[in-house]
Design a protein around this ligand. Structure first.
Ligand code: FAD
Length: 510
């Protein structure tokens, strides 16, 4: 007789209770995992993190998105202490420069734009207004975007409806790991300095049983979290989980990072400046600026990239150029047996929309929601992998959008981006917007309607039509509707302090 689903699950489950968790790697991923596990289950678990100073961390990953605030709230991390410790600044969005066309810019902000009607998003009313010469730029109806343009910031405006701004941070990655380390140690997490030289597996189940360190010691555990970076020492090298190659959609596979002194006041947005075969980032912190070039090795040599970056940075150079090679790919599974991979070990697409730290956080929250008690259930593992997969495919599509929808054809790289075929899910979204101006957010997707609209309009897509609701407004009514929103934004903006002065007041040590 066939076993019932329940007996199948029991038979496949590992009955071993989870009491000892070993985190391999102490970059942003390792320490975020340690902080969250320590804070929530620290009283029940023995948690040990092993990292190697000699190997070090990737040393980049300094732009975040607003979900990090939720992570900090869950952990009870105080914002002022965090910002002072990591020399953080506020971030209201990303400015995309020369992405649509050389020397044309737009901002993808974290704010909401205008006011939606229940039948139709604001973009339909704005589009009609634009057609009739009654509307300004799409961004004029979004406070966060206007604040970014004017380099202003406060948690909430002192006038008007005083709705809080939606923001994230730019942070110093090395200091963030240090900050989370002391936080985690306060919740009982033990740190081991050392190099992992071998990973032992149980011969029957294939589960990981212990990490061997070069000093001969062994770290045994019930659950292992692989945060060893690109190498994926546990998930990839030991368990053999392949990384699905997405380089036919995402051409960039090299980066060069360098830190410089600040040459002006920090702006509250990341700059993403497109060049002939990729793009350059500029991330302003309180004490310095993070810079880097991202490019495709198929279209640009390493020497050319180095010259490009050196010709485009300002300020005094503080660090040697740090080269990084990566393959845009995603592990087919990120939870296998008793091993969960987080951070670069789980895959990496590219840094364009600053989604990697968010994905670490999502992986941690998901693991906590499905945390095994008296053994690992295969149903949890399957659910975890399915959810992770949906999440990453959505983010992948959003990143590809920036490359595919461009008017640039000035270099072979941009021509190849325009010509590539794209995933059907993205094709559908683009066609839907182009035909009807509509965008729908599905399930728990990270990027909401306004993100897609800002980037699609910014990259040069213009919807062929708008919703009939917008036609119910005459010119005068439409003009009044749009004018009121814009005036509200400008009134709130007028009372916002400069970003620099606000950070200085908020983090007095600056
Ligand atoms: P790492 O920082 O590489 O840490 C790996 C850890 O494993 C280290 O502690 C190392 O010592 C340890 N380790 C490895 N092997 C061994 C061993 N044998 N024994 C003991 N210890 C070992 N993300 C964002 O959210 N925003 C961004 O703006 C952003 N920009 C990026 C730009 C670039 C060019 C790149 C490549 C990535 C960027 N990311 C960004 C991603 C981000 O950097 C990572 O997600 C984040 O830093 C987490 O890295 P990690 O902890 O997985 O790996």
């Amino acid at each position: 007789t066939l076993p019932t689903p329940a007996t199948q699950a029991t038979a496949a489950a590992s009955p071993k209770p989870i009491r000892k968790v070993v985190i391999a790697g102490g970059g942003t991923a390792g320490w975020m995992a340690a902080a969250a596990l320590g804070r929530t289950l620290g009283k029940r678990l023995e948690i040990c993190l092993v990292e190697s100073d000699e190997i070090g961390t990737v040393g980049v990953g300094e732009a975040t998105i607003p979900t990090l605030l939720t992570f900090h709230q869950l952990l009870g991390i105080q914002e002022q202490a965090f910002m002072s410790a990591t020399q953080a600044t506020f971030k209201l969005g990303i400015q995309f420069e020369s992405w649509r066309q050389v020397q044309e810019d737009y901002i993808h902000s974290f704010g909401l734009t205008g006011k939606d009607h229940w039948t139709a998003g604001f973009q339909h009313f704005w589009r009609k207004g634009r057609e009739r010469g009654l509307a300004g730029d799409y961004g004029d109806y979004c406070l966060e975007l206007r604040a970014a343009q004017e380099s202003k910031f406060a948690h909430r405006p002192s006038s008007g409806p005083q709705t809080p701004l939606n923001y994230a941070f730019h942070l110093d990655a090395t200091r963030y790991a240090r900050f989370l380390r002391s936080f985690s140690e306060g919740f009982g997490v033990k740190r081991r300095e050392g190099k992992i030289s071998a990973v032992h597996q149980d011969p029957h189940s294939g589960h990981i049983s212990a990490l061997q360190l070069t000093d001969g010691s062994r770290l045994e555990g019930d659950l292992f979290i692989d945060c060893t970076g690109f190498r994926g020492l546990l998930i990839g090298e030991t368990l053999g989980v392949p990384c699905e190659d997405w380089s036919h959609w995402l051409f960039c596979d090299r980066a060069l990072a360098v830190q410089t002194t600040s040459t002006g006041e920090p702006v509250p947005f990341t700059r993403s400046m497109a060049h002939g075969a990729g793009w350059q980032w500029r991330i302003p912190l309180q004490h310095r600026v993070g810079n880097g070039l991202v490019w495709s090795s198929r279209f640009m040599s390493d020497d050319e990239a180095q010259q490009t970056l050196q010709g485009r940075i300002s300020g005094e150079v503080l660090t040697p150029l740090r080269p990084i090679s990566f393959e845009p790919c995603q592990r087919e599974k990120t939870w296998v047996g008793n091993c969960v991979a987080l951070g670069l070990a789980s895959g990496f697409l590219e840094p364009l929309e600053s989604t990697s730290i968010h994905l670490i956080q999502r992986g941690i929250v998901r693991l906590l929601q499905m945390f095994p008690n008296e053994g690992i259930s295969p149903s949890d593992v399957a659910e975890y992998n399915a959810q992770s997969r949906d999440e990453i495919e959505h983010i992948r599509d959003f990143i590809i959008l920036h490359y595919k929808v461009t008017q640039r054809a000035d270099t072979p790289f941009w021509q190849a981006c325009r010509d590539m075929s794209i995933p059907p899910s993205l094709q559908h979204r683009i066609e839907l917007f182009q035909e009807t101006g509509r965008v729908f957010r599905k399930g728990n997707e990270l990027f909401a309607e306004n993100s897609w609209i800002q980037v699609m309009l910014g990259q040069g897509l213009w919807p062929r039509q708008h919703h009939p609701s917008a036609d119910l407004m005459g010119d005068e009514e439409l003009s009044h509707f749009l004018g009121q929103i814009r005036e509200g934004v400008e009134a709130a903006l007028e009372h916002l302090p400069s970003h620099q002065s606000y950070v200085k007041r908020f983090c007095p040590a600056m």
